[in-house]
Design a binder for this molecule. Sequence first.
Ligand SMILES: Cc1cc2nc3c(=O)[nH]c(=O)nc-3n(C[C@H](O)[C@H](O)[C@H](O)COP(=O)(O)OP(=O)(O)OC[C@H]3O[C@@H](n4cnc5c(N)ncnc54)[C@H](O)[C@@H]3O)c2cc1C
Length: 385
Amino acid sequence: MLDWLIVGGGVHGTHLFLALTQGARQNVAVLDPEAEPLAQFWRCVAACGMGRLRSPAVHHLDLEPWSLVDLAEERAEPSALAPPYGRPSVALFRAHCEGLVAHSGLRDRWIRGRATRIVPGPDRVLVQSTAGPLQARRVALALGMGEQLSIPRWALAAPRSDRLRHLYEPAFDPGRISAGDRVLVVGLGIGGVHLALSCAERAKVTLASRHPLERSWFDSDPGWLGPKNMRGFAAETDWTRRRDQISQARKRGSVPPDLAAALREQIRAGRIERLSVEPERALPGEGGVGVVLGGELRVFEHVVLATGFVQSRPGGALVDELVQRHGLPVAPCGYPIVGPDLAWHPRIACTGALAELELGPTARNISGARKAAVRLVEASLQATG
Ligand SMILES: Cc1cc2nc3c(=O)[nH]c(=O)nc-3n(C[C@H](O)[C@H](O)[C@H](O)COP(=O)(O)OP(=O)(O)OC[C@H]3O[C@@H](n4cnc5c(N)ncnc54)[C@H](O)[C@@H]3O)c2cc1C
């Protein structure tokens, strides 16, 4: 029987696999419908054309803190780490991840399938999946937000069209945007800004959002990475107040100042049109999509929704059943109440978004994956030691 089954092989599941299998001879497998580890993350990165991570060089998937910096030096690519904070290029970060995956044996422990039901028992957990039933002493949920795309109401009401896509839906292919195409990007967060900049050379880009551009190097204050802010968060016993702290701390929709400057430059040069309006309606059009913007009907060859993810509890019916049928505790916001060891049940633990009421505003990020793995390895050693 498996010691651990990690459900989800994205950023969090991959890092947790590396942490659980290092040194200790744990029998760990990862279950994920994707063909490859990290596939969803790479898809999002490629979709928006991001060239550089937002997080610093010490936030990566290896256990050795300086290994990404070492790799940049080895490859004689110091410019692959950009000031401030040594933010890695996507090429460097990807090479680093690929090296880790290749050496870890993760591909041999990868079960391609989707978990459809989780049944906790006294000495094991049964996981029903599209790859068949699986059993493990413990299960870690590393599901991410990637499957709950936020689609604005006006777009939901629009007739289906392959020219109106969410930036992060698997069917969106930026390669289909041709020279001279008119492209409407809706949303001014990091994904929308990256996409607008990456298309501006060849296409006529309009960037629409009611919200002003917010600038920040990080998506939450670095104080949340350590005790400065986390001490007060951990001392808070009211789950609604913890949720409020997370919501206030997150700089949702903000972009790093260098990206904001690049956007400003393109707007000033007339290569990107910036509209401070929300689309009102979308209609089918000849070879494109008609969109009502500020009362005016405009036609675009492509409309891309860079509107992020729905913020409610991830995991859909799989997680709903753990709450409704097995009584696993949740806060008023619907998210799991997990212990300091990230256990939601003696045999089911969480990482990523599902663990954020314990790990705070950085839970979903790479730094959150690192924090979660430390706690889960420690709990695992205590359980087996
Ligand atoms: C474009 C972009 C750039 C980002 N840049 C940064 C950055 O620079 N620094 C940073 O710290 N963070 C960044 N983030 C945020 C964060 O690190 C990523 O979103 C990260 O992918 C979250 O990891 P995850 O493992 O929770 O989710 P994912 O990487 O999405 O992985 C979740 C996995 O779970 C699987 N899954 C879902 N349901 C099931 C099921 N029922 N059964 C089995 N498997 C299932 C999915 O197939 C998927 O592979 C970025 C996010 C985006 C979108």
